[in-house]
Design a protein around this ligand. Structure first.
Ligand SMILES: Cc1cc2nc3c(=O)[nH]c(=O)nc-3n(C[C@H](O)[C@H](O)[C@H](O)COP(=O)(O)O)c2cc1C
Length: 196
């Protein structure tokens, strides 16, 4: 698929057909996410793959899936054939940026201009979403409301942050998010040339 087509075709699709996803397809998606950039090549990103029905249900509860269902969406998280949980380790970045090539001249850690550990997992998530389109799948990201519960369900170490849940599967008719009614903001508010 052309890159432009993949970008333009991607949508958060919150419903999936009752059709399994070949584990090899998910492996190919994950392989591409490994090529996401990371600050100092820290590679603080990681992904959990969840396919067991009872675990998917428990993960969906941390996203308060019942509230989506009450609002007219399908139970898209528990119903998805595959969930990926994108994770990031802030600790890994602090450790990396205490190495000789990254510390300030006085040996102290940099003052972080922005949390690169969040930036980096965002880059990897974007690759996963586009790779899904390229594989003929659809996907939807949902925030989890209870990260500690998610950690304990999936044995995620305390110092690792699961940033949410991405549900993957084959497309089924879905309910579009009411947020889309906002429309896309005009270019002049988005692109600032030379000066803001
Ligand atoms: C950081 C982030 C958090 C999001 N959280 C949720 C969420 O909790 N639930 C949900 O249904 N969609 C969530 N979305 C999806 C957005 O609603 C969606 O990307 C946006 O409405 C634009 O629609 P599109 O991605 O289909 O173009 C999130 C997206 C991002 C990037």
């Amino acid at each position: 698929m052309e890159f432009r087509d993949a970008v333009l075709k991607r949508r958060m699709v919150r419903n999936f057909a009752d059709q399994p996803v070949d584990p090899a397809t998910i492996d190919r998606i994950l392989e591409l996410t490994r090529h996401a950039p990371s600050a100092g090549f820290t590679q603080g990103q990681s992904f959990l793959v969840v396919t067991r029905p009872e675990l998917k249900k428990a993960v969906a509860e941390t996203c308060e899936e019942h509230e989506y269902v009450q609002s007219g969406f399908a139970p898209f998280i528990s119903k998805a054939p595959v969930l990926l949980i994108p994770c990031t380790s802030e600790t890994a970045y602090h450790q990396r940026y205490q190495e000789a090539d990254k510390v300030n001249e006085d040996g102290t850690e940099i003052v972080w201009p922005v949390p690169y550990w969040i930036m980096d997992i965002g880059c990897a998530v974007m690759i996963a979403l586009l790779a899904a389109v390229n594989e003929g799948l659809v996907a939807a990201f949902a925030g989890s409301k209870d990260l500690d519960k998610l950690r304990s369900l999936l044995n995620i170490p305390a110092e690792v942050t699961p940033v949410g849940v991405i549900a993957f599967g084959y497309r089924a008719p879905d309910t579009p998010s009411p947020s889309l009614k906002r429309g896309r903001k005009p270019d002049e508010e988005y692109i600032h040339r030379e000066h803001w």
